[in-house]
Design a protein around this ligand. Structure first.
Ligand SMILES: C[S@@+](CC[C@H](N)C(=O)[O-])C[C@H]1O[C@@H](n2cnc3c(N)ncnc32)[C@H](O)[C@@H]1O
Length: 240
């Protein structure tokens, strides 16, 4: 499914803020980019984002039609399985879907004007040199669709995301559960295997606005590298 989340939703999902994103000292990778507004919206703030997704091999009209279908599927899911979504009391469904419509339009305009920002590529092999990005974001793929990515594929893809990220940077992955809300059952084994590849992992918990629950983001870094503070919301901000 191709989705079209806007920049502010990305920030909420990954435990980031707009200002933290603006302070990232280098280009940002969004993989999979889907029809998200992130690249277009962040560029307008001065942040250089490259999006990678195998769907970019398709003509733009076909891609935006699939993204429109993804939006309609989300609308249907909100009605059929409301327990999997934030309450409409906190975030009215119509307003949320409008934010996807806007992001999809921004994506379409930006990818037509700047196709070089949207690279057709599929995990677990990305056409970028080692350490190309200061921050790598990966939402709604590796754990959301375990049918596409069995454990060995997840390990290979996570390793690849870290490879293309600068040693001083980090890769953030969300969510850690599939479409039914089931948490990845072998996450501990995956983290242990990453550790053997000298990749450190941390699960950051950030409050989910609206229902008091927390979101869990997997943060990966090349182990042993003296790192600068990451762009995520600090524990003090989280507690506030
Ligand atoms: C649900 S969308 C997520 C898009 C965006 N990250 C978001 O959160 O809205 C999943 C995307 O993963 C892409 N995809 C599927 N297989 C992939 C692979 N092997 N490598 C990278 N992206 C892939 C699909 O084309 C689709 O655009």
């Amino acid at each position: 499914m191709i989705t079209s989340r806007p920049l502010d939703e990305y920030c909420h999902l990954f435990g980031l803020t707009r200002s933290a994103l603006c302070a990232v000292p280098g280009p940002v990778l969004d993989c999979p980019g889907g029809a998200a507004g992130l690249a277009a919206e962040a560029r307008a703030l001065g942040v250089r984002v490259v999006a990678a997704d195998p769907a970019y091999a398709a003509p733009l009209t076909a891609l935006t039609a699939l993204a429109r279908h993804g939006r309609d599927a989300m609308a249907a899911s909100m009605t059929a399985t409301p327990h999997l979504h934030l309450s409409p009391r906190y975030r009215p469904y119509e307003r949320y879907l409008r934010s996807w419509d806007r992001a999809r339009r921004l994506f379409a305009a930006d990818s037509a004007a700047h196709p070089e920002r949207y690279v057709a590529a599929a995990l677990p092999r990305l056409p970028f040199a080692d350490g190309s990005f200061a921050l790598t974001l990966s939402s709604y793929l590796l754990f959301a669709y375990p049918g596409i990515f069995p454990p060995a594929g997840q390990l290979a893809a996570l390793t690849e995301l870290v490879r293309v990220t600068a040693p001083s940077g980090e890769a953030r992955i969300y969510p850690l559960h599939d479409g039914t809300g089931r948490r990845c059952p072998h996450l501990d084994e995956l983290r242990a295997a990453l550790g053997r590849r000298r990749i450190s992992s941390e699960i950051q918990r950030t409050p989910r606005p609206g229902d008091g629950r927390t979101r869990q983001v997997l943060v990966l870094r090349a182990a042993g590298h003296r790192r600068r503070p990451g762009p995520g919301i600090s524990p003090r901000e989280r507690a506030a």
